[in-house]
Design a protein around this ligand. Structure first.
Ligand SMILES: Nc1ncnc2c1ncn2[C@@H]1O[C@H](COP(=O)(O)OP(=O)(O)O)[C@@H](O)[C@H]1O
Length: 330
């Protein structure tokens, strides 16, 4: 960190990040391929560790980004969705810091889209006022500016998806047609190929509608004009080198093209791939960060980050499985 002599400087503000808590009050289990252990019960304690660290830090985070999959789909079958959600939200609210919730596949395993829109997982009330702050009535995407010159955009990566869309809706039919164009398996959660980018066409992923892409494009044009620094968050990663390709958003390429055409974008943060990932896009200089998931983090470790924001960079202080990173602005 040669140029980092200003680390002793006070940041303009800080914020917390945490991904894939996937809490359930059940014994440990495994991922689909049985290669990774999942610590369903202990994930609540790891969230508690994060909250404790944030509240004890000299500079309190201005907000927390919760990158999706806050509770596990197993809750649904046990009739425990509301109880599990209440337990996790109790932890979040205990310290009184504003939380921005992103929606992942496990949100939709537990709740319908309309229920989510009515729930405490809808944090659009923390968005900026005014027209254009939200992408649309049934698209969960909004932006906010926590400090002058900085903007954050929350994206809905399941806008085009089978998950959460009513089976009688046009949006569901369109998503099913798109998925079937790429995946001929009977079980649409099974990837169509054993490797490569086409693997992403599975039911547990989704994408961004044209309405959402147009909205994002307009939000970023305004941010370019104001010379703001924009960080975008979504449950699904969009850079093939920042994740296992099976976790990519269906139309990651369309989203990447938008990011590359706006000078204001500095960082894209996602969850979903519990192993995490990082890549700096060489064309745009945008940092693509995929956060390691809490659910696959052993009870004696941690998985959360605190980001300090400066004029020219963000410094991620990782805890446990998450590495420290210096994110210089492009
Ligand atoms: N290779 C696969 N073939 C069939 N189903 C799969 C495959 N991988 C995952 N699934 C299923 O897809 C869903 C999402 O997978 P899961 O591992 O739970 O994702 P997450 O990491 O988001 O928890 C689960 O219902 C899981 O059983």
């Amino acid at each position: 960190m040669g140029e980092c002599s200003d680390l002793s400087q006070t940041p303009l503000f800080t914020f917390g990040v945490i991904a894939d808590i996937q809490y359930a009050d059940i014994d440990d289990g495994f991922n689909y391929h049985r290669t990774r252990r999942r610590y369903y019960r202990s994930s609540l304690q790891l969230l508690r560790n994060a909250q404790e660290s944030w509240s004890e830090s000299a500079i309190k985070p201005k907000f927390i980004l919760q990158l999706g999959d806050i509770i596990d789909g197993f809750n649904k079958g046990r009739g425990a969705s509301e109880r599990a959600l209440a337990a996790v939200l109790r932890e979040f609210s205990s310290r009184g810091v504003q939380v921005h919730h992103v929606w992942g596949n496990h949100e939709f395993y537990n709740f319908s889209r309309s229920a989510l829109l009515r729930s405490k997982l809808n944090s659009t009330s923390c968005s900026d006022e005014g027209s254009g702050a939200h992408a649309g009535a049934d698209i969960y995407a909004y932006h906010f500016s926590p400090a002058p010159g900085f903007r954050f955009v929350v994206l809905d990566a399941y806008d085009v998806s089978l998950l959460g869309r009513d089976e009688s809706s046009v949006k569901y039919t369109n998503a099913l047609n798109l998925l079937r164009e790429h995946n001929s398996n009977e079980d649409l959660n099974a990837p169509p190929m054993a490797e490569g980018l086409e693997q992403r066409f599975v039911k547990f992923n989704g994408g961004f509608s044209k309405d959402q892409l147009d909205w994002l494009d307009a939000v970023l044009s305004q941010a370019d004009e104001k010379k703001e620094r924009v960080t975008i968050v979504s449950h699904l990663p969009v850079h093939p080198r920042s994740t296992d390709p099976i976790c990519l958003a269906w139309n990651f390429d369309e989203l990447l093209a938008i990011l590359q055409s706006h000078s204001s974008v500095v960082c894209f943060m996602a969850g979903h791939d519990h192993d995490g990932g990082y890549h700096r896009d060489k064309d745009s200089g945008v940092h693509h960060l995929t956060l390691e998931g809490v659910i696959e983090t052993p009870p004696d470790s941690d998985a959360f980050g605190t980001v300090s924001v400066y004029e020219d960079r963000m410094i991620l202080k990782g805890n446990g499985r998450i590495a420290d990173r210096e994110l210089l602005f492009p």
